[in-house]
Design a protein around this ligand. Structure first.
Ligand code: HEM
Ligand code: HEM
Length: 189
């Protein structure tokens, strides 16, 4: 029987995998979003819009699963660091979660208030969450777009902090969030 258990100092494997998959998906979704709005009107543009929305719903579901998983499992204790850094990191993580939800939800709200169709990969009709409303449409659009830029700015700080921990403080902060972390020596497998 496999008796290996991840040591408490590391993030569990599911958290680590979801962290990087969701990070890549969000950046990819943002790039596609910025690119598609610049396309000339065409069938291809409509297809990319539909794809962006369907994939965005997947990201929203993954973020919800991630939060549920996170709430059900204890986080590893923070690596030794000044109190203000620990509090700053917690506040940053909270903000990142808020934006990870707010951006796709604002996209869905925008799509609903604009009275656009929403069919998940052409298979399932996704319900509208708001009646047609030009003001809400405008607001949700702003939240969707500027929310993305705000997230990118915060992620830059977040990544800079992780890199500082790794190269300057030389601690485990970054390593314990990497997906391919080997088990500690002496432990199976
Ligand atoms: C994490 C997921 C998502 C990210 C990071 C994201 C990001 C973006 C970005 C950066 C834009 C370009 C904004 C602009 O320049 O106007 C955009 C456009 C758009 N997004 Fe998303 N999006 C996500 C999910 C969704 C979802 C779930 C929907 C709807 C169900 C959606 C609907 C739209 C629509 C309709 C546009 C076009 C807006 C326009 O024509 O001006 N997005 N998205
Ligand atoms: C869209 C991109 C990203 C998002 C949304 C994001 C979000 C998060 C969140 C919410 C956490 C807290 C863990 C949790 O409670 O689930 C976290 C932890 C972490 N992230 Fe990111 N992250 C992103 C990109 C990055 C990048 C690019 C790096 C490194 C270069 C990074 C390194 C880390 C590290 C090392 C931790 C663990 C911190 C600790 O142990 O205290 N993240 N991330």
């Amino acid at each position: 029987m496999n008796t290996y258990r991840e040591p408490d100092i590391h993030w569990n494997r599911v958290t680590r995998i979801l962290h990087w998959i969701i990070g890549l998906l969000i950046v990819g979704m943002g790039l596609v979003g910025l690119f598609m709005t610049q396309m000339d009107p065409s069938m291809a543009k409509l297809k990319v819009y539909a794809l962006h929305k369907s994939c965005g719903i997947i990201v929203l579901v993954l973020v919800a699963l991630r939060l549920l998983w996170r709430l059900a499992h204890r986080a590893p204790p923070p690596v030794p660091q000044p109190r203000w850094q620990r509090i700053a990191a917690q506040a940053m993580h909270g903000l990142l979660y808020v934006l990870m939800f707010a951006i796709p939800l604002a996209g869905w709200l925008y799509n609903s208030a604009a009275n656009f169709p929403l069919q998940w990969f052409g298979l399932v009709q996704i319900p509208s969450i708001w009646p047609a409303d030009p003001q809400v449409k405008h607001l949700a659009h702003a939240l969707h777009e500027y929310g993305f830029w705000a997230l990118m700015a915060l992620v830059a700080l977040h990544a800079a902090a992780a890199i500082k921990h790794h190269f300057i403080d030389k601690d485990e902060t970054l390593r314990r969030m990497l997906p391919g972390l080997p088990p500690p020596s002496g432990d199976a497998p």
